[in-house]
Write a protein that binds this ligand. Structure first.
Ligand code: ADP
Length: 275
């Protein structure tokens, strides 16, 4: 209308109906795109999984052939070590798969008790130390000034921090610096893992914790696993009533992962209370 127009109740009704339908269509389209993307990630994951599971088979079968044709004890010893190593690698992949499916379906029961976060970090560092050393990284630990207690499952929380440290070590070029900081808030304990590595492109950041999410693989990303680690980290942090977030200013600017867990405050003389 060129001139001012008084909308009738019917007009308004019609406009509202149109808006609602348009909105529903947009939502529907968006959901479909998300579904298609998730499906594509799953397809890519299956292809990669097949690849990762097939890789160890070649050295295993070559080793078996060598052992059959040459019974020299020293050679048998060496080739059986190859088999052992490859089988351990495959077992690790399959264990990760089973674990992620249990955790993300909520089938994991936490064995919770009061824990000092410092000890969790120390255990995680012990697990990752061989990789840190192999890659020549410097590790800096900045603990909280006071006791930082949380209520949690020790093995699972060690797994959370170890996964983040493992990624920091993998995705940082040789000779990098990794920092683990603990901060206390009124109701939370924050543990952050910083690295000065390859960083995370902005488009990956919103879905870095999704199952099967990974940055593009290049030859220097040969260290990449199955894309399950951060999905596990998020599920486990949430099972503890916490959360996890990630920050990176982009490629080659390093990354920072922060785990937030509800803090336990120990009342004088009494047992700890969850905040
Ligand atoms: P994986 O390491 O097995 O690929 P994750 O779920 O642990 O799977 O990580 C998902 C992806 O997030 C990685 O493939 C990598 O692209 C990116 N990423 C994780 N941690 C870091 C980090 N510290 N620095 C850079 N990229 C990272």
């Amino acid at each position: 209308h060129r001139d001012p127009y008084r909308w009738s109740t019917e007009d308004i009704h019609l406009a509202a109906e149109m808006a609602e339908r348009t909105w529903a269509t947009v939502e529907n389209a968006r959901a479909q795109v998300e579904l298609r993307e998730a499906n594509q990630r799953k397809d890519e994951f299956l292809a990669m999984l097949a690849h990762e599971l097939r890789n160890p088979l070649a050295p295993i079968s070559a080793a078996a052939e060598v052992m059959q044709s040459n019974p020299d004890p020293e050679l048998v010893q060496r080739t059986s070590q190859v088999i052992g190593r490859q089988v351990r690698h495959m077992t690790g992949l399959v264990d990760d798969l089973l674990d992620v499916s249990r955790v993300t379906r909520g089938l994991v029961k936490l064995n919770k008790r009061p824990l000092e976060i410092r000890e969790i970090i120390d255990h995680a560092v012990e697990q990752v130390r061989p990789l840190l050393e192999a890659r020549g990284h410097r590790l800096l630990l900045e603990p909280a000034l006071q006791a930082a207690l949380v209520s949690g499952d020790e093995n699972r929380l060690v797994q959370v921090i170890a996964n983040l440290l493992n990624n920091a070590a993998k995705y940082t070029p040789h000779g990098g610096e990794i920092r683990v900081m603990t901060e206390l808030r009124d109701h939370d304990v924050l543990v952050s893992v910083h690295d000065n590595g390859i960083g995370i492109p902005p488009e990956l950041q919103p879905r870095v914790f999704d199952l099967f999410s990974q940055a593009e693989r290049t030859s220097d990303r040969a260290q990449g696993g199955l894309g399950l680690g951060l999905a596990l980290v998020r599920s486990l942090a949430e099972l503890h009533g916490g959360a996890v977030s990630c920050y990176s200013e982009g490629p080659d600017k390093g990354s920072r992962f922060i785990v937030r867990l509800p803090r336990l405050v120990q009342p004088a003389g009494g047992p700890a209370d969850e905040q």
